[in-house]
Ligand binder design. Structure first.
Ligand SMILES: *[C@@H]1O[C@H](CO)[C@@H](O)[C@H](O)[C@H]1NC(C)=O
Ligand SMILES: *[C@@H]1O[C@H](CO)[C@@H](O)[C@H](O)[C@H]1NC(C)=O
Ligand SMILES: *[C@@H]1O[C@H](CO)[C@@H](O)[C@H](O)[C@H]1NC(C)=O
Ligand SMILES: *[C@@H]1O[C@H](CO)[C@@H](O)[C@H](O)[C@H]1NC(C)=O
Ligand SMILES: *[C@@H]1O[C@H](CO)[C@@H](O)[C@H](O)[C@H]1NC(C)=O
Ligand SMILES: *[C@@H]1O[C@H](CO)[C@@H](O)[C@H](O)[C@H]1NC(C)=O
Ligand SMILES: *[C@@H]1O[C@H](CO)[C@@H](O)[C@H](O)[C@H]1NC(C)=O
Ligand SMILES: *[C@@H]1O[C@H](CO)[C@@H](O)[C@H](O)[C@H]1NC(C)=O
Ligand SMILES: *[C@@H]1O[C@H](CO)[C@@H](O)[C@H](O)[C@H]1NC(C)=O
Ligand SMILES: *[C@@H]1O[C@H](CO)[C@@H](O)[C@H](O)[C@H]1NC(C)=O
Length: 549
């Protein structure tokens, strides 16, 4: 057990289970180590499985293996954005007396004086503090359970009609563990309640108050959404550069592997940097594995920021961007022939983080030479290093741009929906490993099974990797069926998402790729009231193939 990381045995899943059975015989830490290695290897070597590809499910499966490990901190994955309640719009305007009652309690006499004179005039002055007071009271009541409003960007501004005002605010979701802040802006229709106050008659949907939207930056900036600061940090000066200590991972064999491996490896590097108290030099270029691209081939040149929240990462861990870093390094090095920036090249992962702890070189450059799997980043964190290095899961959140789409989809269904997860794809075709899956997820079987778990005529969101849109038509006789493709305008060429990702991509449109689809689909699924899973609820087949459960 002294070298549990030998890779030949590692793809063999049953060993894990045997190891679990023999736990009492084995030294516990060695067990943890081997389970870890085996689990990772098992994940790495599975064919691309979109349903494994969310950091939540990855962390879940890992933390199930290691209940008290650090993998629990994946709060981004459950970014419940249930605050997008436009419960009001389909209903008739709320009873005036009701809203008025709450509104008047907050309005102070001083508000009256400023507006009392104009009270007879019908047009609304949105900057009147009484308007904001009415909106505030209204929101506090409607969003009480789902969000905490942090601040309003006062004052509200006029909407297109004289009785409308658009207001904007920042909020935090109560259903989400992360401290992430979001922004919403909505359109309100108000009426004067009495001479001192207003009442909100109706409120628009998520981000309906376009006039209160934060101003866009100039096109030249890489930052079209004022809410998301993805910019690449620049190192201020030569002095700052020389003072810094860096950990630089050259591109390894992980490149173009699945997103799970990317996350697992990236967090290993970030964890080592933290252990060594160094700034991590990161490559924002991501290669998307062919399992998630339309072409079926690996596609290089994707941006980390399409998938993950770089702003949060910058705030959580010291990182610099690779190209920026290399440019500075070259520049400062050339200028001073004598005072070279010290570099230590580390050829193999076999040099452990502990051995590097005392190294004073400015740059530690891990090279990842050699054939696979010798050149995987995550191997640095194997073996004895696993005891010292913790992967900083909390630093990696999903892209806020994707989460905004999730919020919008949930909001369209008034957050009142159930969901069924229908896994098909290559698993449905493989009768050896999943003998019943295809039949159990056939259109007729779906109707029978879902009816036994979800009340008819509910909103039913179907998260699936089944590409044929009309596959679920039979459910439509019993449910209001929603599929991801019903919302394609949210990433279509007139969407905010499209504009923003295009700006990150040097003005070229970005495809809404398979990984993004899975990310959004899964997050919408997690927020449903009732969730029907494929494995367990629809079929007795095991998630990972025959005899694995
Ligand atoms: C995890 O930690 C809790 C409390 O810290 C403890 O009760 C539990 O036994 C631990 N579980 C394992 C598997 O170590
Ligand atoms: C105010 O609204 C309540 C319902 O919330 C209703 O029962 C009541 O009759 C209303 N009062 C008036 C004066 O309209
Ligand atoms: C209301 O304001 C108008 C000017 O906008 C002024 O002429 C008028 O005297 C004011 N009335 C009262 C009651 O203050
Ligand atoms: C609207 O109200 C604000 C604040 O009370 C005031 O400064 C402004 O002059 C008003 N505008 C109009 C058009 O009455
Ligand atoms: C509001 O103003 C109207 C005149 O515009 C007046 O008749 C009424 O009594 C006032 N109501 C209150 C509650 O001040
Ligand atoms: C964006 O973040 C960087 C730090 O990463 C900061 O220097 C910059 O001022 C921020 N820009 C804005 C507009 O907040
Ligand atoms: C980490 O590095 C910073 C500067 O890079 C230094 O100020 C700090 O003392 C270091 N902390 C430890 C624990 O070595
Ligand atoms: C946007 O997409 C639609 C259909 O996909 C296409 O007809 C239209 O020309 C596109 N518009 C732009 C500005 O690219
Ligand atoms: C996207 O950008 C185009 C051109 O810059 C602009 O006309 C359009 O309003 C933007 N769309 C959104 C939703 O921001
Ligand atoms: C799905 O199966 C699990 C495990 O058997 C069960 O706990 C859950 O209630 C089922 N879900 C539904 C919607 O019936």
């Amino acid at each position: 057990m002294s070298s549990p990381s030998s890779s030949s045995e590692s793809s063999d899943l049953p060993i894990t289970q045997r190891a679990i059975k023999n736990i009492s015989n084995v030294c516990f830490s060695a067990f943890v180590l081997s389970v870890l290695v085996l689990t990772v290897a098992a994940i790495t070597y599975t064919p691309p499985d979109p349903w494994l590809q969310s950091s939540l499910s990855l962390a879940k499966s890992l933390s199930a293996t290691l209940p008290n490990s650090t993998f629990f901190h994946t709060d981004d994955s459950v970014t419940t954005t249930g605050e997008d309640l436009d419960l009001l719009s389909p209903q008739p305007p709320p009873l005036l007396n009701q809203t008025t009652a709450t509104t008047t309690t907050t309005s102070s006499p001083s508000l009256c004086s400023s507006s009392s004179n104009s009270s007879s005039s019908s047009s609304l002055n949105c900057s009147d503090p009484a308007v904001l007071a009415a909106i505030r009271t209204f929101n506090a009541k409607v969003f009480r359970k789902s969000i905490t409003i942090l601040a309003y960007d006062s004052p509200p501004v006029p909407g297109p009609r004289p009785d409308q005002c658009d207001a904007s605010w920042r909020y935090r979701s109560r259903k989400e563990k992360s401290r992430r802040r979001y922004r919403d802006y909505r359109r309100f229709r108000l009426a004067r309640a009495d001479n001192c106050s207003y009442a909100v008659l109706s409120a628009g949907t998520f981000r309906s108050g376009a006039n209160a939207a934060p101003p866009r930056r100039p096109r030249s900036a890489t930052l079209p959404d004022a809410e998301i600061n993805d910019t690449i940090p620049v190192l201020a000066s030569e002095e700052a550069f020389r003072k810094g200590r860096y950990l630089y991972y050259a591109r390894g064999g992980d490149h173009c592997k699945g997103m799970n491996q990317f996350i697992w490896s990236f967090l290993c590097g970030l964890g080592e940097a933290s252990f060594l108290n160094r700034t991590f030099v990161m490559d924002l270029g991501v290669c998307l594995n062919g399992g998630h691209t339309a072409s079926g081939r690996d596609e290089d040149g994707k941006d980390f920021r399409y998938y993950f929240d770089f702003e949060h990462l910058k705030e959580s861990a010291p990182v610099v961007e690779e190209r920026e870093f290399l440019r500075d390094w070259r520049r400062w090095d050339r200028r001073r022939a004598k005072n070279k920036i010290s570099v230590r090249k580390v050829p193999s992962y076999k040099v452990t983080p502990m051995q590097l702890k005392r190294d004073r070189s400015s740059i530690l450059w891990r090279q990842f030479r050699g054939p696979e799997p010798e050149n995987y980043w995550y191997r640095v964190c194997e073996g004895a290093a696993a005891k010292y290095i913790q992967r900083p899961w909390q630093a990696l959140w999903k892209s806020k741009r994707l989460m905004n789409i999730v919020t919008e989809i949930g909001g369209r269904m008034d957050w009142d929906y159930d969901a069924v997860h229908v896994v098909r794809g290559y698993k449905a075709n493989n009768k050896d490993l999943w003998p019943n899956l295809d039949a159990d997820t056939s259109p007729d079987a779906l109707v029978t099974k879902v009816l036994s778990m979800v009340k008819p005529w509910r909103n039913l969101y179907v998260a699936t990797n089944e590409p044929f849109y009309n596959y679920f038509d039979k459910l439509r006789s019993h449910y209001k069926v929603h599929l991801l493709d019903d919302y394609s305008e949210m990433w279509g060429n007139r969407s905010e998402w499209y504009n923003e990702t295009m700006a990150l991509n040097g003005g070229k449109p970005v495809e809404f790729d398979g990984y993004m689809r899975v990310a959004v689909d899964t997050e919408v699924l997690y927020r449903a009231k009732t969730q029907v899973e494929t494995f367990n609820n629809l079929t007795r087949d095991c998630k990972d193939g025959i005899n694995t459960c």
